[in-house]
Design a protein around this ligand. Structure first.
Ligand SMILES: Cc1ncc(COP(=O)(O)O)c(C=O)c1O
Length: 405
């Protein structure tokens, strides 16, 4: 396999042309956008701007065609069986809220159980919790092993409690660990559960195949896949989507309304209330089309190389507490400098134009479990270089010297 040409890839991002000094290692928060995505969004506003589905005029028809083409691009990228199984929403958070709310009103009964894991993002905890108390539903949590991987034995034991829903992330946004999603979905299905995969970090690591994975729901945000912010996808099997009570009402999701009764439109519109993020969907589609021209195996190899160099460098620096394991890692590393506050470390890096995130990364239960107040998180993308890795390592070495002097 030919090596990945990182410089050629990087050139496609105007940000790096205009801001060559920045080492951007905050990719798990959001990724930079290639010029093709920026142009697709701009072109929409300059040439086609119009609302979708409703207008009698040509502009609206063109906007509708572009929007529905975007749905098509997403559906074929994730190999959904039907176009209407792709619901556009504002992101993974919105999608998870829709699923939790929707199932709570239709499927879940008092005394039912939901199974989550210790390393979930708040977006995959709180929406469930918000409704569980009211509906009398119980949450169980899969613990981690000593190397901070999911405890699969405990997972299987908890499945024996017959949860109605099992919801877990494809890749941990803090530790970067890749979960054995296919195995987890298969086990959950065998236990009779509805399966929800939070693909917010998984979507950029590998192209997910809904037919192979066979989960009931898979959600992700466009901005973590080189696309715009404010657009995301709720994929669901038709049978499961039909069971969801809509969280929002109005607009295209309506079939008929009277003060006595309302009937709803068919999927996907039933779950897309109000004017959708048309430009966002078009931008996401442009990102996917662009990504499909690049060999993902090369990208995975490139990120593995960065990760290896980063780990080698980190282990040579005294005083670094690495929380992430280097195995089954998608390119996200959480770490601390001794017991120093992560915000201080991140600020020292920021002063050298190295962008990392610090804090608890919307995963407080994970940090309680890890018994750490937080961490800095370095997350790599395909446009990062070995030079980025070395600059970050050097800055961390200096941070150790400054903070522990
Ligand atoms: C694993 C995971 N789930 C959910 C989310 C929420 O995504 P968004 O804020 O784009 O809705 C994130 C964002 O960081 C995430 O990493």
């Amino acid at each position: 396999m030919p090596a990945f040409d990182v410089q050629q890839f990087r050139q496609q991002f105007t940000f790096f042309q205009q801001q060559p000094d920045w080492v951007y290692l905050d990719n798990a928060a959001t990724m930079h956008k290639p010029q093709v995505v920026i142009e697709a969004v701009t072109r929409f506003y300059q040439q086609y701007n119009s609302n979708v589905h409703r207008g009698a005029h040509q502009l609206s028809q063109q906007a509708t065609a572009l929007f529905e083409q975007a749905r098509n691009t997403v559906a074929s990228y994730i190999n959904a069986q039907h176009l209407h199984e792709v619901i556009f929403c504002s992101g993974a958070t919105a999608a998870l809220n829709q699923i939790a709310f929707g199932l709570m009103h239709t499927v879940l009964q008092p005394g039912d159980r939901i199974l989550l894991t210790q390393l979930e993002h708040h977006a995959n905890i709180v929406p469930w919790q918000l409704h569980c108390q009211r509906f009398g539903v119980i949450i169980d949590v899969v613990p981690l092993t000593t190397d901070h991987q999911l405890d699969m034995l405990a997972y299987q034991q908890l499945l024996q409690l017959k949860p109605k829903v099992v919801s877990f992330s494809h890749i941990s946004n803090v530790l970067g660990h890749i979960q054995p999603v296919a195995e987890m979905v298969a086990l959950a299905k065998a236990a009779g559960a509805i399966t929800v995969v939070d693909g917010a970090q998984g979507i950029v690591y590998q192209q997910p195949d809904m037919q192979q994975l066979d989960c009931d729901f898979y959600v992700f945000s466009g901005h973590k896949l080189y696309g715009p912010t404010g657009i995301g996808v709720l994929y669901g099997k038709t049978t499961q989507l039909t069971r969801l009570t809509p969280i929002f009402a109005g607009g295209e999701m309506i079939d008929s309304v009277s003060f006595v009764n309302t009937t709803f439109n068919k999927l996907p519109f039933r779950l897309e209330a109000g004017t959708p993020n048309i430009a966002g969907a078009i931008g996401l589609s442009a990102a996917i089309e662009w990504l499909q021209k690049i060999n993902n195996k090369q990208i995975v190899q490139h990120k593995l190389l960065l990760l290896k160099e980063f780990y080698n460098g980190l282990t040579a620096i005294k005083g670094i507490d690495i929380l992430s394991s280097s195995v089954h890692n998608a390119g996200i590393v959480a770490l601390n400098v001794d017991s120093e506050h992560p915000a201080d470390v991140a600020e020292l890096l920021n002063q050298q134009k190295i962008a990392v995130r610090s804090g608890q990364h919307c995963a407080m239960p994970l940090f309680s479990y890890l018994a750490r107040p937080g961490a800095i998180r370095c997350s790599f993308a395909a446009y990062n270089t070995l030079d980025d890795v070395n600059r970050c390592l050097l800055a961390l070495e200096q941070a150790v010297e400054i903070l522990t002097a």
